[in-house]
Structure formats: structure tokens, C-alpha cells
Design a protein around this ligand. Structure first.
Ligand SMILES: [Zn+2]
Length: 222
């Protein structure tokens, strides 16, 4: 089963790497570590670049070029040498806020904005652990990628069909539509990379949030 999932991922990553669109990331030809999930790959291909949103107040500091393109952005990363994923699981999104201190609190994710109705995709293969609502996150999904690595997608307007806890999901499958449910001032995706042991009482709230932009490129130096 694991070999099948890896083979599917390899084929899709290879195909993505050969895509003609210059807007899409040159994905690596091989992948060695991922969740042991036999689930079909979705249609999503990560964008090669990430830009700061124009006219939005960025409260964290980011290095960007004069065109607002974030420097040293890696569209395909490897988390703790274990799980390959994209840190921006949407197309045509721009960044409104990063991980870290913001207004006296730690912002535990990456905020990106895209047009209303835009689709949010799974950042890596895994098993959906939570598809739920909380007052803070609104409609949110948590995916378990194996080896103690998880991702959270918050403030969705709605879930895609077939998104429920316990479901296996491949890379790049639709999770839902961008929105502003929960505690959100505007339409955006709040995306988290989480690590740790999943505890059935605290669930994803017991995990440690990590900066999605802090990880090395897959295939690069680590
Ligand atoms: Zn956020």
C-alpha cells in the first residue's frame, strides 16, 4: 500500500515538474518520506512564488523584492526531515501575515488571501483527524501526515465533499473553500504546521505550531 501511494506521488510530482506553466513550482522528481496513505493525488500544483498582498498591513517582517515577491520562498518543503509538503496549499494567494509575534501575541500560522470561492487543498498526503468548528478557527481541518507532523486549515467557508475525520486523503485534494468563519477579520486561510504527539483529549490543540516558512526545501540542504 505504501509503495502504491509513493508511486502515485512520484508520478504526479514528476508531471508537475514537467508542467509548462512558469507559474507553478518545479517540483522534485522523487519523494522518499511521506505518510503511509493509499489515497489518490488531487489536481493541485503549488505556485512557484509567494507574494506579499498589496495594500495589506503586514505586521511581521518579511524580506521581499521590489515586486513584493518573498525572498527564499520554498514551494515544496520537508518538515523535520520527515514529511514533504507545500507551505501554501492554494493557488494565486498572497500573504497577509506570517508566523510569530503580532500585536503582542504569537500568531501560530501563515495567513494567505485569495479570491472568494478559491479552493484550499491538502498540503501533503495523510489522514483527516479533525473536520470541525471552533470559535477561533471557524470551520477547520487538521490532517495527520504521519511521523508526528500535522497541518491545520482554518476559517473555511465550507468543507469539500468527502472531508471528514478518519478519511485518507492524497496530496492536493480539495479540502474546502476559503472564508472567514470563526475569529477572522477578512477572507483568508490560516495555515498551520504542527508537530508532536496527537493526544485524544487535547486533540490538535496539544500540538506545537511551527513556522511554515522555516523549513528547508525538499531536496535542498537541511
Ligand atoms: Zn492566522
Amino acid at each position: 500500500m505504501r509503495n502504491v501511494a509513493l508511486a502515485v506521488l512520484l508520478i504526479v510530482l514528476w508531471a508537475a515538474g514537467c508542467a509548462t506553466s512558469p507559474q507553478r513550482a518545479p517540483l522534485p522528481p522523487a519523494i522518499t518520506t511521506t505518510a503511509s496513505v493509499n489515497a489518490e493525488q488531487g489536481p493541485f500544483q503549488p505556485d512557484a512564488n509567494l507574494y506579499l498582498c498589496p495594500n495589506s498591513v503586514i505586521t511581521n517582517a518579511f524580506e521581499a523584492d521590489p515586486n513584493n515577491r518573498i525572498l527564499n520562498f520554498n514551494p515544496v518543503i520537508i518538515v523535520d526531515g520527515k514529511v514533504v509538503m507545500t507551505p501554501v496549499p492554494m493557488n494565486n494567494a498572497c500573504m497577509t501575515s506570517g508566523f510569530g509575534q503580532r500585536s503582542g501575541r504569537v500568531h501560530k500560522g501563515l495567513d494567505v488571501k485569495a479570491s472568494p470561492g478559491s479552493t484550499i487543498y491538502s498540503a501533503a498526503p495523510g489522514i483527516i483527524r479533525e473536520a470541525d468548528f471552533s470559535t477561533g478557527f471557524g470551520n477547520y481541518v487538521v490532517i495527520d501526515h504521519g511521523q508526528g507532523v500535522f497541518t491545520r486549515y482554518a476559517h473555511m467557508a465550507s468543507f469539500a465533499s468527502g472531508v471528514y475525520a478518519g478519511k485518507s486523503i492524497g496530496f492536493g485534494q480539495p479540502l474546502g473553500i476559503i472564508g472567514q468563519s470563526g475569529n477572522a477579520t477578512g477572507i483568508h486561510l490560516h495555515f498551520e504546521v504542527l508537530t508532536g504527539n496527537y493526544n485524544t483529549s487535547k486533540r490538535s490543540f496539544g500540538l506545537t505550531a511551527r513556522d511554515p516558512l522555516s523549513f528547508p526545501p525538499y531536496g535542498g540542504a537541511s
